[in-house]
Write a protein that binds this ligand. Structure first.
Ligand code: HEM
Length: 179
């Protein structure tokens, strides 16, 4: 059965916390390495998401029935989304010094995913866990436990922002009105 990681092990992602200057620098430095391999890293993250949490594919009409990672990797829709996710994270990292800019980026993404794509918010937590896992493996030389802890904080803050926007747009009412 699919393990809904976002609902248990990642509970620590539910509390927003302030990033220190040192944590910001660790995030920016490690991201520079990851972003050099933007497309490969993005695709690896999304493949891991869709293989380990197959229900997350339900929102993507072009590959929701594909199971083989080799086939998933060829999907243009998957590659486009990988690119968009990486660009959005890049913006977040560039704006680490401006909480207003960070909040408006998260807001834009969350509104579109709630209102247009109708993605359950738990998938943002699940994806955050997958990002941490893949970056820790693929960039183990730069993602030390300290760096991983800084990323955990950033992603937790993003998930909190997403949850707040979902509440604001009345997600519970929206999702139950279609039942
Ligand atoms: C860090 C998290 C994420 C970021 C930054 C992100 C970013 C984006 C962006 C920028 C777009 C295109 C613009 C738009 O329509 O809003 C998009 C589209 C989309 N996203 Fe995400 N996304 C994230 C997580 C997710 C998750 C977890 C899911 C579902 C499991 C998802 C499903 C979709 C779908 C179905 C589309 C439309 C795809 C298409 O039309 O081809 N996203 N995303």
């Amino acid at each position: 059965m699919e393990r809904m990681q976002g609902e248990g092990e990642l509970d620590h992602l539910e509390r927003p916390s302030h990033l220190t200057d040192g944590e910001r620098v660790m995030i920016q430095d490690s991201w520079a390495k990851v972003y050099e391999n933007c497309d490969d890293a993005g695709v690896a993250i999304l493949i891991r998401l869709f293989v380990n949490f197959p229900s997350s594919k339900q929102y993507f009409k072009h590959f929701k029935h594909i199971e083989e990672p080799e086939e998933l990797e060829k999907s243009v829709q998957l590659r486009n989304h990988a690119h968009r996710v990486m660009n959005a994270i890049n913006k977040l990292v560039k704006n680490l010094d401006s909480s207003d800019k960070m909040a408006s980026g998260v807001r834009l993404v969350a509104r579109a995913h709630a209102l247009k794509h109708k993605v359950e918010p738990v998938y943002f937590k699940i994806l955050s866990g997958v990002i941490l896992e893949v970056l820790g493996e693929a960039f183990s030389d730069v993602v030390t436990p300290e760096v991983a802890a800084a990323w955990t904080k950033l992603l937790a803050n993003m998930c909190c922002g997403v949850t707040a926007v979902y509440e604001e747009v009345g997600w519970n009412k929206l999702s139950s009105s279609t039942e």
